[in-house]
Write a protein of this length. Structure first.
Length: 321
């Protein structure tokens, strides 16, 4: 197992290097630079001496290749750069915003699994029944309804008819006031979680239908085991592999920042931070956040692989090379 993990992290190095190169090149294809991003139209009023001084300060006097390796060296030392717009180190900004996005992702996934898995199991076990029809209709609506539309309508209905606004820009962190924080996070988590639960339901249903037709399920029933034991112990556990894969992909997406939801509900997470960085052309912040998200995706993929082994004893990484 340790050898397998070491191999996975070694293989992740080229991936992260590739992401760093793509981000670095893409940022520099955008017209302008850190100086124009910081000063705007006033950059045209700089004298040649002032411009040269700023270019030296930001490292723009070096060739693009030199700039990349300087940035990469700093990244390996834990320095993701400095945000010229916010006046803070990029790593500090990421670590400050990460708990909000992580909490949103966790709550959304919990909602999705609590809703999607029971619906998927019920639809598969009661195939072509009213339960199955209702579950498939729910999944169809969940997949078809855009998140931004559901979020906007939720805010409109709650504010107009119930005089309740989930978060009016006064976000409260979990450690400061857990109750108020959960009240503010509930609606965003439900918006994302119910949409994701539609995918979980469809995946669970398909996997359950496939497993229910296997010989060992028929054998378990022939042995006289209770239907609940057959469903939970022999069927559901083996059907969870694709659900784990889907959950890993969704967590990667959410940790990358649910940009639209964070913007609509004014949540100070990674998604909103990235969106502001792009609109303000904060190059160092965009590079740092993108590389950090790529590293998180790699780690989540490894955890998903370990989840396979935990769910299905037949899967083992002990002897893999």
């Amino acid at each position: 197992m340790l050898r397998y993990l070491l191999q996975r992290f070694l293989f992740a190095i080229p991936t992260l290097l590739g992401v760093s190169v793509l981000v670095f090149v893409a940022i520099r294809m955008v017209p302008g630079n850190a100086i124009t991003a910081m000063l705007g139209t006033e950059a045209g009023l700089l004298t040649a001496t002032q411009r040269a001084s700023l270019e030296e300060y930001f490292g723009l006097d070096k060739s693009p290749v030199e700039q990349y390796f300087v940035w990469l060296r700093n990244v390996l030392q834990g320095d993701l750069g400095y945000s010229v717009r916010l006046g803070e180190p990029v790593l500090d900004l990421i670590l400050h915003r990460l708990p909000v996005t992580f909490e949103l992702a966790f709550l959304s996934v919990v909602v999705a699994l609590l809703v999607g898995i029971p619906l998927g199991v019920g639809s598969a076990v009661r195939r072509n029944s009213a339960i199955d029809l209702g579950g498939r209709l729910f999944a169809l609506i969940g997949l078809a309804a855009p998140n931004f539309l559901v979020a906007t309508l939720s805010i409109f209905v709650l504010s107009k008819y119930f005089n309740f606004l989930p978060n009016a820009g006064n976000f409260t962190r979990l450690l400061d006031d857990p109750i108020l924080n959960l009240k503010q996070m509930l609606l965003p988590a439900l918006t994302l979680g119910l949409a994701f639960s539609a995918s979980v339901m469809r995946t669970t249903r398909s996997a359950m239908l496939e497993v229910l037709g296997q010989d060992y399920v028929r054998t378990a029933r022939a042995k006289g085991l209770r239907e609940k034991v057959v469903i939970v112990r022999h069927t559901l556990r083996n059907a969870l592999i694709p659900v784990v894969t889907l959950t890993g992909i969704e967590i990667s997406y959410l940790l990358g920042g649910a940009v639209i939801i964070e913007q609509i509900f004014a949540l100070p997470g990674l998604g909103r931070l990235t969106l502001n960085a792009i609109s303000q052309r904060d190059y160092a912040l965009i590079q740092g956040v993108t590389l950090f998200i790529a590293a998180m995706v790699v780690i989540i993929n490894v955890l998903v692989d370990l989840g396979y082994a935990a769910i299905d004893p037949r899967i083992s990484y002990a002897n893999r090379s």
